[in-house]
Ligand binder design. Structure first.
Ligand SMILES: C[S@@+](CC[C@H](N)C(=O)[O-])C[C@H]1O[C@@H](n2cnc3c(N)ncnc32)[C@H](O)[C@@H]1O
Length: 229
């Protein structure tokens, strides 16, 4: 087990973007305890509501566990990892190397706060799916704005975006999420749990994305699925 938190990308307060210790296997694959707990239900939701064929770009792939777990079951998907954090990218590379298929691609360096996401942006266009778990509350709001705008730019018509994580709902928030949000804001005042109805849906409307479904997930999380018009 190694702990290389000091090498993670830092927030504006100089703290690592990874909130928890991630253990690493000999081959470099990292494991996040929270992803270990949610990856089965996240995959189930993905399989019910997201494209099962074609090209998917994952934003903020972190350890890389979601992409590996989903593509092991969805065998017609080509899945590209991305992240801003080099330590996370190294883990994504290791998950890619350990897979018994070649449908995991990347990682590419992609920061959703940027108006153009990466040098590869043109090649990424006309995506079938975009997937992003647990990023928009652990980043400045500009990251959510950029994510939704990017989905509007890069998804093909009827392509889908899935977000997973905690949300407030129309100014109401579960007590555990309120505590989590306060803790995030103590770490970095630009972070915090976002309000789906008040903050995210207006961005989706501007990006020509219609809401398909909101799925209740364990521990007061939600999966939110949008479709490009
Ligand atoms: C809590 S981790 C979630 C990782 C993974 N999605 C999961 O659910 O296991 C948050 C990730 O967001 C990435 N991140 C933070 N800000 C970002 C940004 N502006 N653009 C892209 N990725 C970002 C971090 O590097 C980190 O890997």
């Amino acid at each position: 087990m190694t702990d290389e938190n000091e090498h993670y990308q830092k927030n504006t307060a100089g703290q690592p973007l990874a909130l928890e210790r991630r253990d690493a296997a000999e081959d470099g694959r990292r494991y996040s305890p929270s992803t270990g707990r949610n990856k089965d239900v996240v995959r189930e939701t993905y399989l019910s509501h997201m494209p099962l064929k074609g090209r998917v770009l994952e934003i903020a792939s972190g350890t890389g566990e979601h992409g590996a777990h989903i593509t092991a079951m969805a065998t017609d998907l080509i899945w590209t990892y991305s992240d801003i954090d080099p330590v996370s990218q190294a883990s994504q590379r290791a998950w890619r190397g350990a897979a018994d298929h070649d449908r995991l691609r990347g990682p590419i360096t992609l920061d959703t706060t940027q108006s153009v996401w990466s040098e590869e942006e043109e090649e990424l266009a006309s995506l079938d799916g975009l997937f992003c778990a647990n990023m928009i509350h652990i980043a400045p709001f500009e990251a959510a704005q950029g994510l939704i705008a990017g989905a509007g730019r890069l998804l093909r018509p009827a392509g889908r975006l899935m977000l997973y994580g905690p949300f407030a709902r129309n100014a109401e928030i579960a007590p555990s999420n309120a505590r989590f949000s306060e803790d995030l804001q103590r770490r970095d005042p630009t972070w915090g749990v976002r309000d789906l109805e008040l903050q995210i849906l207006p961005l989706a409307k501007d990006a020509d994305l219609k809401l398909v479904t909101v799925v209740d997930m364990p521990a007061n999380n939600f999966s939110v699925v949008f479709e490009k018009r």
